[in-house]
Design a protein around this ligand. Structure first.
Ligand SMILES: Nc1ncnc2c1ncn2[C@@H]1O[C@H](COP(=O)(O)OP(=O)(O)OP(=O)(O)O)[C@@H](O)[C@H]1O
Ligand SMILES: [Mg+2]
Length: 494
């Protein structure tokens, strides 16, 4: 549920409760003061009086009072009294007249045996002419006037009206009810507040704490994503931000690690030939190469090492340029089949010297034009074939080439019957400086940059490079190149 709806609900709730409280207390006050539930209707009347009798009752009472003052004996006339009582009964009140302690007239509406005892004693001063009394559970309000009959007997006339017991009860319960209502209001408020705090403030606090943890560099935690609504969305965004941050931190650490490794590898590979060169030069300087033969051997070694160094620096430079995407490939349509034929021709002499047989396994009958930078692709092919020759360990040495044209790409495969590559090394051989044989012995291997450069070149052409190997029997390196549209057009034409 959204915060907006929650707020709306809680505030509407508060409003409804306050209004209810207002209406209820207003009603209760009115009932308490007027003594009647009907009094609520008169609540807004300005001339509201603290009078238990209605206006009609009051005027009848005044008539009777006037009569008691001037012609008291008329209040013995039962017929007259019955007439007044009739009038009073129409407005739900009743008449009671007494002479000494005997009732002269008693309205049947208030015909109660205990009535006599409930009524106040005779008081000619008429100090309190309006009051209430109760008989058991029933409540009454009255107006009374005490007088003397002409013979001096004490008389009293009462206009009595029964009041709702509820009104009396509410008047008594008013303080309790008010306290109860205030209590309900406070509790409702507290519950609403708790609800709001739990659903909004608490998750916000969790977010704040998480942000602080991130600030401290701690990214190893996960946010609880069970919450829904805006808070849930905020949590999700926060969590994805944390994950991205964590990834970038990990990436940075990995980069840092590989940079360190690169530097250490470069230093190692540079130091080895330099140490050798230094050693041989010292030998010459100290006169160890004292014969022309020795001298020639020393100089040859120094030269070979310098060439190695030169090659390594070249490879490093090329790799770093490829890595920084600073090499622009001059793509042109070439027929990969005749291109590979040229490569074979170029290498045949060298390979024959090593008794390695190189041949086609799968030669397409027609030309297979691909988009490629001939110089770079040649480097790749020579690198791969160079590896096959370098690592070959069989008496019968064979390298086989094949080209498999597809609709979009053409795949070139170079397979040898050499030692194969251990399964655990396969995922890494295209990484820079990786060599399956870790001693970094320069007599068997190079710097480990060959296949890394090949991958950069092939991927720069929009292709893919991979390896399939069976340990002990064969290695097959394949790469793909994009075919030219020219070729497809040519195919369409024929
Ligand atoms: N045809 C193959 N047969 C067996 N192992 C191979 C073959 N080709 C590559 N490898 C393994 O993969 C590793 C990586 O090859 P890569 O060409 O990148 O490096 P390198 O040949 O050691 O050095 P460089 O090519 O820079 O002189 C090699 O060290 C070798 O262990
Ligand atoms: Mg190599």
């Amino acid at each position: 549920m959204s915060i907006r709806i929650k707020l709306l609900l809680s505030f509407t709730g508060m409003l409804v409760i306050s209004l209810l409280m207002f209406v209820l207390s207003a009603a209760l006050f009115t009932i308490a003061f007027t003594g009647d539930i009907r009094g609520v209707r008169d609540f807004y009347k300005v001339h509201y009086q603290l009078n238990p009798l209605t206006q009609q009752e009051e005027s009848i009472f005044l008539e009777l009072k006037y009569m008691a003052k001037n012609e008291p004996d008329k209040l013995l006339d039962k017929q007259l009294l019955a007439d007044y009582d009739f009038k009073l009964r129409t407005v739900r009140a009743g008449l009671f007249v007494r002479r000494e302690s005997n009732p002269v007239f008693e309205s049947y509406t208030i015909n109660q045996p205990e009535l006599q005892h409930a009524l106040p004693a005779y008081d000619l001063d008429n100090n309190q002419i309006r009051n209430t009394f109760n008989i058991g559970e029933r409540f009454y309000a009255y107006a009374k006037f005490d007088f003397k009959y002409s013979d001096g007997a004490k008389g009293g006339v009462f206009v009595i009206r029964e009041r709702s017991p509820f009104a009396e009860l509410s008047r008594r319960l008013l303080p309790i009810l008010s306290i109860l209502l205030i209590g309900v209001l406070v509790i409702a408020n507290m519950l609403l507040y708790r609800w709001l705090t739990r659903s909004v403030v608490k998750p916000l606090n969790v977010l704040r704490k998480s942000a602080e943890r991130i600030k401290e560099g701690d990214l190893q935690f996960a946010l609880d994503l069970r919450e829904s609504g805006e808070i849930g969305q905020l949590n999700e965004s926060f969590e994805s931000m944390r994950q991205r941050l964590q990834q970038s931190v990990e990436l940075r650490l990995r980069d840092e690690e590989s940079r360190k490794e690169l530097i250490s590898n470069i230093s190692h590979d540079l130091r080895t030939p330099i140490t050798t060169i230094k050693g041989y030069i010292e030998g010459i300087r100290d006169g160890v190469a004292n014969t022309p033969d020795k001298m020639a051997k020393y100089v040859d070694t120094i030269y070979t090492k310098a060439v190695d160094l030169d090659k390594l620096v070249d490879e490093l430079f090329l790799y770093s340029k490829l890595d920084l995407k600073q090499v622009s490939f001059r793509l042109e349509p070439i027929d990969i089949v005749s291109f590979l034929d040229d490569c074979i021709e170029e290498l045949r002499y060298d390979l024959e010297k090593q008794q390695i047989d190189i041949a086609w396994q799968d030669k397409p009958k027609t030309a297979v034009p691909v988009m490629a930078d001939p110089e770079q692709i040649k480097r790749t092919v020579l690198n791969v074939i160079g590896n096959s020759a370098k690592y070959m360990d069989k008496p019968e040495k064979r390298i086989l080439l094949s080209v498999r044209p597809d609709t979009e790409m053409a795949e070139v495969e170079i397979r040898d019957n050499g030692p194969g590559i251990p399964e655990e090394a396969v995922p890494y051989i295209f990484e820079r400086f990786y060599r399956a044989e870790p001693s970094r012995n320069t007599s068997t291997g190079g710097s480990g940059l060959g296949l890394a450069i090949a991958r950069q070149i092939v991927e720069g052409h929009g292709g893919r490079i991979g390896v399939n190997s069976e340990l002990g029997s064969s290695t097959s390196v394949y790469f793909t190149l994009r075919r030219t549209t020219d070729d497809k057009e040519a195919a369409n034409r024929t």
